[in-house]
Design a protein around this ligand. Sequence first.
Ligand code: FES
Length: 371
Amino acid sequence: MTMNYLNPVNPVTTQTWTNGRHQVRCVKVIQETWDTRTFCFMAEQPVMFFFKPGQFVTLELEIDGEQVMRSYTISSSPSVPYSFSITVKRMPGGVVSNWLHDNLKVNDELAVHGPVGKFNIIDYPADKVLMLSGGVGITPLMSMVRWLFDTNATVDLQFVHSSRTPQDIIFHRELEHIFSRIPEFKMHIVCERSDELGEAWSGFRGYLSQAMLELMAPDFMDREIFCCGPTPYMNAVKRLLQENGFDMSHYHEEAFGATPQDVQEDVIENVEQAEAEAEELDVSDMLSVEFSTTGKSVRIQPGETVHTAAAKLGLHIPKACGMGICGTCRVAVTEGEVEMEHNGGITDEDVAEGYILSCCSTPKTNLVVDY
Ligand code: FES
């Protein structure tokens, strides 16, 4: 029997989402603003999509015949668990985001990996919270706000969002609804400017500043802070907090958009360059990684991954997610030990047989890799 996604789900037969690879179907597409859409997903066999608000999923897509993995934070809340959603903004040059806008339709199926992520509100509970977001960086914070609202959390929340213009404010009406109902929840929106259609903006204008923050949340130094937005935005926030002597162990951030490590980033095709770099380091700390099939070896610094070691030699181990989710970069280690921080991309059986994920494994000893 095929599942009709228009029928209500049966709460008795549902499974619970666990970290791993899942096949899901797009069940709804919502135009949030002129350039931002929400895509909602459900599973064939009903699944309760439990996760920690703020976490992300990695989509497995095929674009122009190539497999592409891209991570997006979840914008929905696990308090509404029968589906989950991501909210995606069109970006100049944003291949995957633009592809989703142009191609992903209701009933399309795709695989997702996750949910994972340390940036979440469950692991850092606090009575007083400050959320700071810029642009589409609002998505993980929206998940947190929805969660706090739906679960009647007793949290004193200051929510500050920066947007280019009034028409760019994502989830604006829902935010107004939520923040009008809970006295302990306060919302402040900062717009760079009015929009081209002339919609006036009478609220905070320009860029978030210390003076604004003091007006919005005079006690910001006492709050647990969650921040997500473009890198310059987050850097400005961090600078502001550090200048005030904020205890940064209470600051949590997530960069929106692409997979953290770019696949090409660590490729150094030139062995001499790698060795020249190695010369400048204290060799006693360095570990050697030998690739037995190709007969090449290199010394690397503590903390560098096996994938980086290969790249220094011009060896291209296939890599997609770069964060231990997808399993693409799996290789066998025949000698030595690694520290592996994966996110479910490898089974215990594979580990027992000596396989590692090279993108998230750093050598603990000298290593011989079958590659
Ligand atoms: S590239 Fe995905 S697990 Fe390493």
